[in-house]
Design a protein. Structure first.
Length: 174
């Protein structure tokens, strides 16, 4: 018997680590994975927003998912990367970079491998979680609903900071 929301969660997922926890996002939302690079800090941005990067001439805000999820800051390693994601906010596509400790692999998950999100026992708000993916005999990964990780107010602040940096860069370039 199918669980509620199972069909929506079936598909391919990019898996990544934050500390000891394994997370996954829908591959369709993933644009690319970049080596960690210098991030330009934006004054007045929320604490979880590290700053912005230049991605082929476009300004992309970079979010530290550890901070967003209330996890401690980690030292950057060779495996630290930025996952560039296209998220939907109020029907509009927004590109953001999300810092991960490491990227693991792309997994195919079907409905039989996906459980509903737990009601308790996770530090994440359950509205961020699309489900729990079963891997192997005893392992689980957290399937994120990346469109819900950020509130419209938070992304409006990020977009305002992004526009401010774009305007400064346009002025400097002239």
């Amino acid at each position: 018997m199918a669980k509620t929301g199972e069909a929506a969660a079936t598909g391919q997922y990019l898996t990544f680590r934050l500390g000891e926890e394994v997370f996954a996002v829908d591959v369709a939302k993933t644009r690319e994975v970049l080596d960690f690079t210098i991030v330009t800090r934006v004054p007045g941005a929320p604490r979880f927003m590290l700053g912005v990067i230049n991605l082929r001439g476009g300004v992309v805000p970079v979010i530290d998912l550890r901070l967003k999820f209330g996890m401690p800051v980690a030292e950057r390693t060779r495996e630290t990367c930025i996952i560039v994601l296209d998220i939907s906010l109020d029907g509009e596509k927004t590109t953001v970079g999300a810092v991960a400790d490491s990227v693991r692999e792309v997994l195919d998950l079907d409905g039989s491998q996906i459980e509903p999100p737990p009601r308790i026992g996770t530090r994440l708000k359950t509205e961020f979680i699309r489900g729990m993916g079963r891997i192997g005999e005893s392992g689980f990964l957290i399937l994120l609903d990346i469109d819900r990780v950020f509130s419209s107010d938070e992304l409006a602040r990020v977009q305002a900071a992004e526009e401010e940096v774009s305007n400064v860069l346009a002025t400097v370039g002239t």
